[in-house]
Design a protein around this ligand. Structure first.
Ligand code: SER
Length: 320
């Protein structure tokens, strides 16, 4: 049996991951750790919920001891866009929050720690197509800098203390339950909401921008499959590339037009264009496929159909 704490449980990935883990391990076994974002009714109804701030080690200790937590998942982070507006905040949350969690896991001899990484570890000098697992890590965003440091730190705890620390380099994650906040890939979520609400969208990166992306059901599958994988079969620890699909914004718009023919897109690139341009077009995830059987289910058109249906229903109910 595991007692899991998800730090950052009200966020885009955390909110759905917490519910998915509760379905597998039982509601009481998975504590939702939230800071200031209001948790959804579903999170509150399906299991324990505690106020947790990754920067408050004493608060973390009391929740960990109260629920005898032995697996901790750190989903709290300042993403790339917000990070560029406030680099010191990104450093503080992403690094000091992480070290608090790793140290607590070491002190309490926890069974496992999950520390997510991102395609933001790559930079303008990294090969852009089919970016290899082992390659140049020279990001030009503070978010990317903290993610490279986080991967190395996690791997250090594996080697130095024999701990089980794991992580994946998430691509842009697309979902319809909880909105992302402050990321460069957020346009790939906003486009669907605006298509339903207004039949038009002005994108903050240009039409040719191509990035690796993943639909939430695949993100949950990748995360849980990596957590469940046999430790001895892992050739990497905190830095697995995971791919699912890649497309340009223009290709996204075409996919949406198959359902909403009069959808219109325009472009007003801002500072996030440079960030997007510094990230890969696609990633080589053969290590994840070989070591723990990674295989995505969704492509662009399958995701578009699902997203438009789910957001369309929310719209009809007046929820958005
Ligand atoms: N989605 C993140 C961002 O855009 C990348 O990990 O910042």
């Amino acid at each position: 049996m595991k007692n899991i704490l998800v730090v950052g449980s009200a966020g885009q990935i955390g909110s759905e991951l917490t519910l998915a883990l509760r379905n597998i391990y039982g509601g009481d076994q998975v504590v939702a750790g939230v800071r200031k974002t209001k948790p959804s009714e579903k999170l509150l109804e399906t299991g324990p919920c505690e106020v947790v701030d990754a920067l408050d080690k004493e608060g973390l200790v009391s929740v960990v001891d109260k629920y005898k937590v032995d697996v901790i998942i750190n989903m709290a982070a300042i993403l790339s866009g917000t990070g560029e507006k406030n680099p010191m905040l990104a450093w503080d949350v992403n690094m000091n929050g992480l070290i608090n969690i790793l140290e607590l896991a070491r002190e309490r001899k926890m069974k496992q720690v999950l520390v997510p990484s991102s395609i933001a570890v790559f930079g303008p000098t990294t090969p852009v197509d089919n970016t290899p697992q082992e390659t140049i890590l020279k990001p030009t965003t503070i978010y990317g800098v903290t993610k490279v440091a986080g991967e190395l730190l996690g791997d250090y705890y594996v080697k130095k203390y024999g701990m089980d620390v794991r992580g994946l380099r998430y691509p842009g994650i697309i979902s319809h339950e909880t909105l992302p906040g402050g990321g460069t890939t957020d346009y790939a979520v906003a486009i669907y909401y605006e298509a339903i609400k207004n039949k038009k969208y002005t994108c903050f990166v240009n039409e040719k921008t191509r990035l690796p992306m993943m639909y939430m059901p695949d993100c949950l599958k990748a995360t849980i499959d990596l957590m469940e994988a046999d430790f001895d079969k892992l050739n990497y620890h905190c830095d697995y590339n995971v791919g699912a699909m890649d497309f340009t914004v223009a290709e996204m718009a075409e996919s949406i037009k198959k359902h909403i023919p009069d959808f219109e897109i325009s472009y007003e690139p801002d500072f996030r264009q440079d960030i997007a341009d510094s990230w890969p077009n696609s990633v080589d995830d053969s290590a994840a496929r070989k070591d723990w059987g990674w295989k995505p289910d969704y492509d662009l058109d399958a995701m578009t159909e699902d997203m438009l249906k789910a957001i369309g229903e929310k719209h009809k109910k007046g929820l958005i």
